[in-house]
Structure formats: C-alpha cells, structure tokens
Design a binder for this molecule. Structure first.
Ligand SMILES: [Zn+2]
Length: 683
C-alpha cells in the first residue's frame, strides 16, 4: 500500500545512515521498499565479473544486504533496483560490442557523466550480463522482485548485435528515418518491442527459477505516448509502478491521476503504484531538490484519488534537503489510518477516454504530442472541469468487458483504428453504448494509412470529402438550434471555431444541425474584418441516436483547441456532448465553487468519493505555493443497488458530515476542502 524507494549514489556506502532510513520507513508505515542493488553500480559484494562494485564499499561491507535485513525486520516487501543503462571503462574494454552505437558509427558516451558509456539494451549486455547480475541478487538476498530502471535502451542503437539480429528477423537494415510509414522503421518498432518483451520474459523466468514468489517488474508503461504495448504489459506485470515523478512543462496535478488511469486500463485490479520524487523535475534534473509542501501534497493526493498507491523516491542516502520528510510522513500516516477505504476494487465512472498507442506511433510519429496527446489532454481537462468521473481505456482492449462498464466512450482524435476495432465499437453502440469522437477519429487504419472515408462513418453519419483545412484564422460556429448539446450557450449566437477542421458532409439527411460553419474571414486590416459568408448549412457537429446508444462527432479539433486556447464555450460543448451521450445521471454530482478532480470508487464494504481541490492560481502548471480552501460542496452520490449507508465519514477532516439518503442517492455536505477530501460510506 505504501512504498519507499532509496536510490543510493556511489559514495553512499560508509557515509549514509541506514538506521535513519529504516526508521523513516517505519514512521511512514511503508510496507514495501525498493532499494538499489546493481547494474551500473553494485551496492553489495558482487562476484559477477565486470559488475562494478561501489568504490566506497570496503571489505566486509554490504550496504544493500544491511538495508534488506532491516526491512525484513519491519516485515516489509523488498524489491531490488538495477539500472543497466550505463557502464564503466572496463566493460567497454572487455566487451566493446556491449556499448550502444550512434547513427554515425561512434560508441555512445554517456550524456551526463564523463567516463561512462551507454549500453545496448537489445544485445548480450542485457540478455547475458544483466541476467547474471539479476540471478546473483535474487540468489543472495531472496528479494521479492527485481525492478529495472532504464532497461529498454537510450534511443536508437546501431551496434553489431542490433544490426545482425534485426536483419535476421526482418531481412532489412536498421532504419535511418523516424517516419513510421517507412517499412524498415515500422519493422524496427515491432522488432524492438518484441525483443524487449523477450527480455522481460527471460528475466522474469530466471528470477522465478530461484524464488518462485518473486517477479521481474519493469519500469515501463504509460499513455498513448509510451512505446511498449500496454495490453501486453498488463498481461505480463503482476503490479506496476507509474514513474511520473512530478510535473514538467505545462502539467496540471491531475496528470498524476491520469497516469494511474492509463495503467489501470490494462492492469485492471492489480495494484498500481505512483512514483513521486518530491523534487523539481524538468529537463535540468535537479535530483536533490525539494518542492513546496503544497505541491507535494496535491500531486500525491491526486494520484491516490485515482487509485495509485504512493511511492516516494529519494536519490542519495545522504539528504541535502530535509523539507520533504514531514509532509510525506504526514500523508503516509493519513493513508495508513484509512487504508481500508483506499483498497479500491472498482472505479464507478461511467465515462472512459480511449487512448491509442498505435495512433501515437503510426499516425502521430514525431509529432504525437500535438497531433494525438493534446486532444486527450483537452478532453480530459474539460471532464475535470465538468466534475465528471472518468476512466481511461486502451484501444486494444475491445472485449465487452470492460467496455460495457462504461456508458460513454470518448475518442479524442483516435485516428488509427483497424477495421476490427471499428467493428468492436459498432457492436458496443449496438449494445447501448455511446460514443463522442473528434476530428480524424477512424480516418486511418491501425498502421496510420489514410482511408478514403471514416472507418466509423456509418456511426458518425458523416462522409469525408478529402480535404483538411487549417490552421484557420478567425473562423466561427453558428449556434442554430436548442439541442441539449448547446446547454449554457442559450444567449450565444456564435462561438469561436477550432484551428483545424475536416471537410465533411452529412451521409444522410441531417436537418437543423446545432453547429454550422462560419468560414474564416480576414483578421487584418481591421477594416476588412467582416464575415464574407455570414451563414452556411455546413454541420460542425453530428448527433445521432442509434437504438439505446448515442453518437456525437465533431469534425474539428475541439479538444486540442480547448487544450491550447481554453475557451469556456468549447469546455461547455465537450461537457454537454458527454452528458447527452450518457443519457443517465452521473454516478456522483458535486456542486460548489472551484475546480475539483472527482473520482468515485467501490471497496469491499464501502464506497468513496474523492474530491481533490485543484483550485489554485498555479493549477495549469502545478507549482502550488499554498493550498487555498474551497467552500461548501454538495455531493450527491448513487448508492449501489439495494445498499443503505451504515456510516458516513470525511476522512481528511475527520468528521461525520450531514448526510441524507433518498431515492437510491446519498446527499452529503462537505463544508470546505483544503487539498483533498474523501467521503467514505460504509455499506
Ligand atoms: Zn545495439
């Protein structure tokens, strides 16, 4: 339930204080630890040739073994961390073929530490040398698992092993382009993935030969932009750790929870854990830094609200800055006290956002961030603002279960879908499910090759006319009818358009479209700024009822533009589209001021509603300076069929709130929220 990670640095042995750390593990009620063991540096007296023992280890010392023994006394699970990505000069001298090679043929020097070399992940360094290291660690210490960091390579490698193994597998030379439509690049993407899963299975099998209860756990996984298939990872991994240590760039605190959802999408009910670093991240990698207490608390709270078990990671056994110790200890203690209510069995969200690694890889390519992920971020943010609990679903998990747990699937520019995937979505709608899709969804096959028309054109009721328009300057949408999708826009005759649109027309009759196009007109000089075509009948949203299912399709980049521009009108359209498609009351409604991330869960004998208070002037980048309380929130939650609440608590405030059951719902008043509140209902 609670993890501690201590990543040692080479000069820690003999200098850091293991007793301090073991005491901190105890005080935080950590029941599992991840400790540095080997790879780049060994922190135990290794006998594997070329396995570099820390130069600070003197004869008779075993810093890793001492920490393992201390953790076992605390009844903790222990996994050993290895990091194979870098090697010392003696490795280079003995096995130059183990070192990664640049496109120009040079051996790859480590980018951060002079004197170190970057290893090849796909050849004998990992498959033979590291397998020996892993065997030794599991044999000597009988750890519960091996966790490998940076095990999957550091970019493209042109070494002799990669060249020959790839040629044997594909008949081709290694690719020299990133274009996923290039045959050798496509073959390489598939080969690299297959090779890494082969390595995963090898290490897992070798570990289990020695300790049948131990497993290999890769540092791997993520959302659409991650490059190992999450469906396979979900099958292989017994548990998985989401390594999103802190914000970087523009990243709101809900990014931590979103990451949890991406892992849960394919791991299901296996435990998933959120690694947080307490430091300032970004490209400059201040690994010894400490964030503000408020930032740590909101980041971790959002992860826990979204089903992640907390894992702090600290680099260096000697602390350069202690300010994080107290907030983490306080949070872990709260987590420990309420553990029963945090052992989630099932999220009760009825809306799921689909994410698609194949869309990012084959359609997005080098530009997958703006072309793919920005659509998801925009839609996700709109649903957070709407306070609609949402899960995420992997596009390669099409079976009725888990899809049918959701009433609405959102397809935020899920451009690349196979015919079989389109059939599965059609079947989902026939069974009463609803879709909300945007922009180029289904216009490409699973390899990113464009189709003449949408794979889901029959559901959308729209036909592609072969033309994409954008970026559009000064274009608008006219609001034409009183459809519920325009709720909250009753007094708006027009709103801004997105930046990109597809030229589409209605496949059948589509009278009174709620949104129609007002084409771009000049935005300078000001004398020229008047609409040349004030009105068209070109629909910019398609809305259909198909049996009990509903389909909304926006042929423009509403979600991506929302992420870029944050127009409130687009936010309302996205919310309304999902609410109309759902055609049922949401599992929880929360009324009150501010921005909250709302999640709702079932446990064995209870249910919980998490409310994470994101209301903060720093929300869109995440560097919270202080926590700013929001006022009263009225929560109305649907109770499971036939269940009555036995007891209602607010787990952060530590109080019993005013609560009123009526008509299968429970109304609870939360007086205010600082960082996080959990309404816990015993059933
Ligand atoms: Zn290589």
């Amino acid at each position: 339930m609670r993890w501690s990670q201590l990543t040692l640095v080479e000069n820690d042995p003999g200098q850091f204080d293991p007793a301090f750390w073991l005491d901190y593990f105890r005080r935080t009620h950590s029941d599992a630890a991840c400790l540095s063991a080997g790879g780049c540096v060994a922190y135990y007296p290794t006998k594997v040739p070329l396995h570099h023992r820390s130069a600070w280890i003197k004869d008779g010392m075993d810093p890793f073994g001492d920490l393992v023994a201390g953790c076992r006394k605390l009844n903790m699970v222990v996994i050993a961390r290895v990091d194979p990505h870098a090697a010392h000069r003696d490795v280079f001298d003995a096995h130059p073929d183990w070192i990664a090679v640049e496109a120009g043929g040079q051996k790859r020097k480590h980018w951060a530490t002079p004197g170190l070399w970057v290893t090849c992940a796909l050849g004998p360094y990992n498959f033979e040398f590291m397998t020996g290291v892993i065997r030794e660690i599991v044999t000597l210490y009988r750890v519960d698992g091996i966790f490998a960091n940076r095990w999957a390579g550091s970019g493209m490698c042109y070494c002799e092993h990669c060249r020959s193994i790839f040629r044997a597998a594909s008949g081709m030379d290694l690719p020299r382009t990133n274009n996923p439509q290039d045959p050798s690049r496509r073959a390489y993407i598939l080969w690299r993935e297959q090779r890494l899963f082969e390595l995963w299975r090898l290490w897992d099998a070798e570990i289990r030969k020695i300790n049948p209860n131990a497993r290999y756990i890769a540092n791997a996984g993520g959302g659409a932009l991650s490059n190992l298939d999450m469906k396979t990872i979900g099958e292989l991994a017994p548990t998985l750790f989401a390594d999103r240590q802190a914000r970087r760039g523009v990243m709101t605190p809900w990014a931590n929870g979103k990451n949890g959802k991406e892992y849960r999408a394919t791991l299901g009910r296996k435990a998933i854990v959120g690694i947080f670093s307490v430091g300032v991240e970004e490209a400059y990698r201040w690994k010894d830094s400490v964030q503000s207490e408020a930032e740590i608390r909101i980041w971790v709270a959002d992860g826990v609200a979204n089903g992640l078990r907390p894992w702090y990671t600290k680099f260096c056994g000697t602390l350069h800055d202690q300010r994080w110790l107290k907030p983490v200890e306080e949070f872990y203690n709260w987590h420990y006290r309420h553990e029963l209510y945090l052992r989630n069995e099932e999220p009760l969200a009825r809306v799921a956002l689909v994410y698609s690694q194949q869309t990012a890889t084959y359609y997005g390519g080098d530009r997958a961030g703006p072309r793919v992920e920005d659509h998801t971020l925009g839609f996700y943010h709109a649903l957070v603002e709407a306070r609609l609990p949402v899960e995420m679903v992997h596009d390669r998990l099409p079976a009725p279960d888990p899809l049918d747990r959701f009433k609405v699937l959102v397809l935020p520019n899920i451009a690349a879908l196979s015919s079989a995937q389109c059939d599965q979505l059609r079947a989902y709608v026939r069974r009463g499910g609803s879709l909300v899709a945007t922009y180029e969804t289904s216009l490409y096959d699973e390899w990113g090759v464009q189709r003449p028309n949408f794979g889901l054109g029959d559901l959308f009721g729209a036909k592609y006319n072969g033309r994409r328009e954008g970026p559009m300057q000064n274009s608008y949408l006219a609001l034409e009818s009183r459809h519920p999708i325009l709720k909250g826009l009753e007094d708006a005759p027009r709103i801004v358009n997105g930046a990109w649109r597809l030229d589409v027309s209605a496949a059948g009759k589509f009278p009174n479209p709620p949104l129609t196009l007002i084409p771009s007109y000049p935005d300078l000089p000001m004398e020229e700024v008047y609409p040349r075509v004030p009105k068209t009948d070109i629909p910019e949203v398609f809305i259909r009822e198909i049996g009990a299912g509903r389909v909304v399709y926006f042929p423009w980049d509403i979600d991506r533009t929302f992420w870029e521009v944050m127009s409130v009108d687009h936010g309302k359209l996205l919310r309304n589209a999902v609410e109309w498609a759902a055609n049922e009351p949401p599992p929880v409604e929360v009324q009150g001021p501010g921005v909250l991330d709302v999640t709702v869960w079932r446990q064995k004998d209870s249910m919980t509603v998490h409310l994470v208070n994101l209301t903060n002037p720093m929300m869109m980048k995440g560097p919270f300076r202080e926590l700013i309380p929001v006022g009263e929130q009225r929560v109305r939650v649907r109770l499971p069929e036939g269940k009555q609440p036995k007891k209602v608590q607010l787990l952060v405030r530590g109080a019993t709130p005013a609560a009123q059951p009526a008509g299968g719902r429970l109304s609870v008043t939360v007086p205010s929220i600082l960082a996080h509140e959990v309404v816990a209902i015993d059933l």
